[in-house]
Design a protein around this ligand. Sequence first.
Ligand code: HEC
Length: 482
Amino acid sequence: MPFHLRKHCLSILLIAGVHVSLAAADSNAKGRDAGKIYAELCANCHGAKLEGGKGGGLVGRAWKHGSDDASMARSIRGGIAESGMPGFAKSVNDAEAAALVTFIRETATRKVDPTPKTDLPLPKGTQHSEEHDYRIETVAEGLDVPWSFTFLPDGRMLVTERAGRLRVIENGVLRAEMIGGLPPLVVKDEAGLMSVVAHPDFAHNHWVYLSFSDPGDDDTAMTKIVRARLQDWELVEPETIFSIPKENYQKGHVLFGSRLVFVGEYLFFSVGVRGLEEKVTVDAQNLAIANGKIHRVFHDGKIPPDNPFVGRPDAYPSIWSYGVRNPQGLAYDSSRQKLWETEHGPRGGDELNLVKRGANYGWPVVTHGMNYDGTPISEKTEAPGLESPVIHWTPSIAVSEIEFYSGDKFSKWKHQLFLGSLAGQKFLRLAVDESGVTHTEEIFKNHGRVRDIKTGPDGMIYVALECIGKLGKIVRIVPAVP
Ligand code: HEC
């Protein structure tokens, strides 16, 4: 089947019957660098560093004319009558106004809340949060970018180190021995060994599922998923669950996605857009390409016949939903039977999404983010037929794994969503109901880049932390009073 048909120069996409123009794919529509526009048109009144002048500062300001993206863009293009704020409709187009809004928000946040250069030691003793007091205990230290972990029914934990090692934590000790039989993989930038998940019936079948960066020719790579049986310290009988033809692998060592989640008889997994971070492609919109998608297969990798695009000659049959960028978080809420996803935006535009069958999440046709060089990606943040995020973060916090707490040690946290971030080093609690996210609380921050979160069989919340400039660790959140 002619999968992975590449379409170049795709400047107009037909989505849900509407034509949507894609700024990034059409150089004529591409706006100018927001930082340069700011310096040229805005700095004289608002200050070179947004600190203010006759126009007042744009940092830490209580917005008088509306704080949402659309209102701010309106202030910029329309001006504010009789206040001294000129309208820039003639010199700044819609895309550029949207990029200026992102630029202002991003610069402002960087000043107020700079990305921490390091992580702080874990706090000692009882910590307080809105609903529960807790303590943070160290489970294991000395892990090189612990990307994910899983619990085995015998009490052991398996942990991936991105550098390409599968480790065992047994009776609270990180074992020095490594599990053998891993597939060959690329380790560079974000590439390496990523998710590990034990099969729900591991006790009987010993299946361990792994996602990783598979090397292709000429320095290319792609997300691949295998399963193998764990026999003592060795993975045996490997089977491929997901891979694409090597000729379709792309250069770049970023944007792999790579989360795995079992839901009933299915395995869901996320695949990032791949390629180079600074070069936006429309692959996520193309159903003939596996990149930039959430997929659904049976546990053995076979295609469920009721997948949304099965039977279409131009579509990858494992696709469940599409139009995502770099989905590094995937979690199933068993209490409400809903699948959730998080994805990294470029600069700005990190998203939390509810994953629906066959739905299009819009990357890069709609986004709250901008290019790394400050130019706009799209003038639109939403469009008919495209799913909007439940929440988005601009500037980015580098949103990573999510987990619905399913234990019984923290009664008020049951079925709430816990969310981690990398650059932002945040560990957040999101109260969720049928309508979406009703409340957000920062439980802790600056203790490392949060790579993975899982409810343990003991009801505690386990968190993998990548520490900066040193080895990472796994910690567990336990009730303050046992
Ligand atoms: C000639 C001076 C001047 C220039 C140039 C200027 N501004 Fe303003 N701007 C102002 C003043 C004065 C206000 C305050 C209006 C008020 O408080 O009612 C303002 C208000 C704003 C606001 C709304 C603030 C709020 O509280 O809602 C935004 C956003 C803004 N400016 C962005 C920009 C951007 C972006 C540019 C460049 C494209 C720019 N301004 C250029 C003078 C200027």
